[in-house]
Ligand binder design. Structure first.
Ligand code: SF4
Ligand code: SF3
Length: 547
């Protein structure tokens, strides 16, 4: 196997024997084969689209299948076996439709005719030679192809959440198919690939906007909300991942059943949505980020619903309590079908639940764009008067590898006259710190999940308009942490917007060649994190307090 798509990559720039994430070589090969088959499907999707033929099933399938291959989503070989077969069935169906419309589909590419083997073992063998590096192209072009593929997986994740809430956009599917099919071409230059890669950022911005509209349209705009970290006596369900629709279903289906619903990881910001927070049994937040789930799920005395990434191998002690849904999967773990959470609810009723109320700390969330812009005048006045000196967006993924304490220390060291904006699961390094406020504006503002990077961008754009300067001239610095491919997509969105001087850590992606990295440094001044002291000093020196 060879996989290098996340930050947890093994030594030497790739996972070769087994994934650090727990992905086994058979699943890695099947994921590669699925991507290979999607490229073949994409060839026809592009041809069809050029002739005015689109297929909703193909579009949705492409998104679901890509999302399934994102880090910590699906580890179940059987599910990939089915996905690969479905991909080829859809390809043939689309081909027939195109032919029937009088257009000849003589695409001369082996991938366009790919026939999967009939068994999982056979497909695994086929997949072993189908990885991203199988393409015989220049190393820098391959690096940009990998960046695009990983960005696309992030795009697919967000498109998936939006599409199940009924929000889709043709341009997202069109780009996805074009980019996937372009990976089969050998005559595109480095410049062509740079354009395709940056376009992924543009498309991701659109898809995050779509998801923002889907979430706020259905659940209202988040409002600042105090979330308990303690527990309430009684039966319990813990919902992890990112999907608001799944959470809503759990809340609806547990109504009147004396079960308290808790959030885990990236679900924390859902407490701010009016249409979710109205449920009296939607109690609080339990635990921290994904990499602590072995400890936290084992200690949770109820059922756990995993709506998306990041899933780790469920331990024996709690594996009967875990339920996956949507594209998530682990072999032998119960999977929720048809949005019916009865199995998880029954398990929660069997388990002891919490035997007593335990008061705990609280944290604030819900500072998405609407809430922040609602106090824009106050914020602008505070900047003008000098009471707010600088904004830091300390955001991104959390992870298991060492080095991430940088972000905790960084936030601790941010001077008292600065505001920290945060989003995504990296916040759990500092989410419960009491940073106080500046004239009533909290110094730690949780904007939301990783996809709420859209909200952060809107806040930055509104500030740049108010101060009549470019975003890069604002007293705002981005200190980001990445782990999986959604973070790649978000980073590409920031680059597409021309945002410079981003600090990225804890390590740089191993799929960037020195030349591609050099290109990013030259064009965007992107830099690796160093130490909190050094980075803070450099940032604040560049943005001195106005006299
Ligand atoms: Fe390794 Fe990350 Fe790939 Fe898992 S997803 S196999 S940890 S590079
Ligand atoms: Fe976290 Fe997995 Fe990336 Fe949504 S839950 S940010 S790592």
């Amino acid at each position: 196997m060879f996989c290098n798509q996340c930050e947890q990559v093994a030594k030497g720039g790739g996972c070769h024997k087994i994934g650090t994430c727990g992905k086994k070589p058979d699943v890695a090969a099947l994921q590669d084969l699925l991507i290979h088959s999607l490229k073949g499907l994409s060839l026809y999707a592009v041809q069809g689209r050029n002739a005015g033929i689109t297929d909703k099933e193909v579009d949705r399938f492409t998104v679901d299948a890509l999302f399934s291959t994102l880090t910590n989503v699906n580890f179940d070989a059987e599910r990939f076996f089915t996905l690969i077969n479905n991909s080829v069935k859809l390809r043939e169906k689309l081909k027939t439709r195109i032919n029937q419309s009088g257009i000849k589909t003589a695409i001369k590419h082996e991938t366009a005719e790919f026939i999967p083997e009939k068994t999982v073992e056979g497909m695994v063998k086929q997949g072993m030679t189908a990885g991203i590096t199988a393409n015989e192209v220049d190393a820098d072009i391959s690096s940009l192809q990998q960046t695009t593929l990983y960005g696309l997986k992030g795009v697919a994740a967000y498109a998936y959440h939006a599409q199940i809430l009924g929000h889709t956009d043709e341009s997202i599917y069109a780009y996805t198919h074009e980019a996937l099919s372009s990976m089969l071409s050998t005559d595109l230059s480095l410049e062509d690939w740079l354009a395709i890669t940056l376009k992924c950022g543009e498309i991701n911005l659109k898809v995050m906007e779509l998801l923002d509209a889907a979430n706020t349209g259905k659940y209202g705009h988040p409002v600042p909300t105090e979330v308990p970290l303690g527990v309430r006596k009684g039966k319990a369900i813990l919902v992890s991942g990112h999907d608001l629709y799944d959470l809503e279903d759990v809340l609806k289906q547990t109504e009147g059943k004396e079960i308290q619903v808790y959030t885990h990881g990236e679900m924390l910001p859902t407490h701010g949505y009016p249409e979710l927070k109205k449920y009296p049994h939607f109690y609080g937040h339990y635990g921290t980020a994904w990499q602590n789930q072995h400890r936290e799920f084992a200690a949770f005395p109820g059922a756990v619903v995993m709506t998306t990434n990041c899933l780790q191998k469920p331990h024996e002690s709690y594996k009967e309590n875990v339920f996956t849904c949507g594209v998530v999967g682990w072999p032998g773990i119960a999977h929720i079908r048809n949005r019916d959470y009865t199995p998880a609810i029954n398990r929660a009723l069997e388990l002891p639940g919490f035997t007593e109320d335990v008061a705990g700390d609280t944290v604030m969330t819900g500072f998405a764009r609407n809430a922040v812009m609602g106090v824009a005048d106050k914020v602008i006045d505070a900047v003008k008067s000098g009471s707010i000196r600088h904004f830091f967006l300390v955001a991104g993924c959390d992870g298991a590898k060492p080095g991430r304490n940088y972000y905790t220390e960084f936030v601790e060291k941010v001077p008292d006259d600065c505001i920290v904006l945060t989003l995504a699961c990296g916040k759990f390094r500092f989410f419960d710190k009491k940073l106080g406020d500046i004239g009533g504006i909290p110094r730690l503002l949780d904007i939301g999940q990783c996809n709420d990077a859209y909200s952060a961008i809107q806040i930055a754009l509104a500030l740049s308009k108010a101060f009549n300067v470019e975003v890069n001239q604002l007293p705002l610095s981005m200190v980001l942490s990445w782990y999986e491919q959604k973070a790649v997509a978000i980073l590409l969105s920031l680059l597409h917007l021309g945002i410079k001087d981003i600090r990225l850590g804890p390590t740089l992606p191993s799929f960037l060649t020195p030349n591609v990295l050099d290109l990013l440094v030259k064009n965007y001044d992107i830099k690796p994190i160093t130490t909190p002291d050094e980075d803070l000093a450099a940032i604040l020196q560049k943005h001195p307090v106005e006299a």
